[in-house]
Design a protein around this ligand. Structure first.
Ligand SMILES: Cc1cc2nc3c(=O)[nH]c(=O)nc-3n(C[C@H](O)[C@H](O)[C@H](O)COP(=O)(O)O)c2cc1C
Length: 164
C-alpha cells in the first residue's frame, strides 16, 4: 500500500511503527522526596559503546521526564516475558499506585530497580533534546547488569514473548 508524500497521519504512523517489535522496559527514577517514579517505555536504543550511551524518547507530557531532568539520574529495567501486567500498570495506573507491591532495590547510584527485571542499566543524563512532541534523553551508562529470563516484546499493540 502506498500513500501520498506528506499525508502520514499520526494514526497511520502509529500503525506502521507498531510493526517494529521492541523490548518493553520500565524507566525509573527517584524524585527529590525520595519517591520512586516510573513509566513503561519501548523507545530504548543503544547509542554508543565507548562511552556507553543509551537513549529513551519520552513524551513532553511525561511526569517521569520532569523528575529525570530534575535529578539527572534514571534506570532502564528490561521486563521479562511474564511481566505484561507490570507493563500495563506502569503505562496506565496512577503514578502513586505503580510501585504498590513491586519488589524494589536501590542501584549503586540510588535509582530504584525492579527486582526480577531481566537486565538493567543505571544512567546519568548525558544530553537531552526535543524532537517533535518527545524529548530524547541520552543516558550515560554508569552501571549495568543482567538477570534471568526472556524479554517481554511489544508488537502490533500486543505483549508477546519470543518463540525459539
Ligand atoms: C508498550 C508501551 C510502550 C510505551 N513507550 C513509551 C515511550 O517510549 N515513551 C513514552 O513517553 N511513553 C511510552 N509509553 C506510554 C507511557 O508509559 C505512559 O504515557 C505513562 O503513563 C507515562 O507516565 P508518566 O507521565 O508518569 O511519566 C508506552 C506505553 C506502552 C503501553
Amino acid at each position: 500500500m502506498s500513500s501520498t508524500p506528506g499525508y502520514v497521519t499520526p494514526a497511520s504512523f502509529r500503525r506502521t511503527m507498531s510493526h517494529h517489535a521492541a523490548a518493553v522496559t520500565v524507566v525509573t527514577a527517584r524524585d527529590v522526596e525520595d519517591r520512586p517514579v516510573g513509566l513503561t517505555a519501548n523507545s530504548v536504543t543503544s547509542v554508543s559503546l565507548a562511552p556507553p550511551l543509551v537513549l529513551v524518547c519520552l513524551s513532553e507530557s511525561s511526569a517521569s521526564l520532569d523528575v529525570i531532568q530534575g535529578t539527572g539520574g534514571f534506570a532502564i529495567n528490561l521486563l521479562g516475558s511474564g511481566d505484561s501486567e507490570l507493563a500495563s500498570r506502569f503505562a496506565y495506573a496512577e503514578a502513586e499506585d505503580r510501585f504498590r507491591g513491586v519488589p524494589l532495590r536501590s542501584g549503586r547510584t540510588g535509582v530504584p530497580l525492579l527486582e526480577g527485571s531481566i537486565a538493567w542499566l543505571e544512567c546519568s543524563v548525558h544530553q537531552t533534546f526535543t524532537a517533535g512532541d518527545h524529548v530524547v534523553v541520552v543516558g550515560g551508562v554508569l552501571e549495568a547488569g543482567v538477570g534471568d529470563g526472556d524479554p517481554l516484546v511489544y508488537h502490533c499493540g500486543e505483549y508477546r514473548r519470543l518463540c525459539t
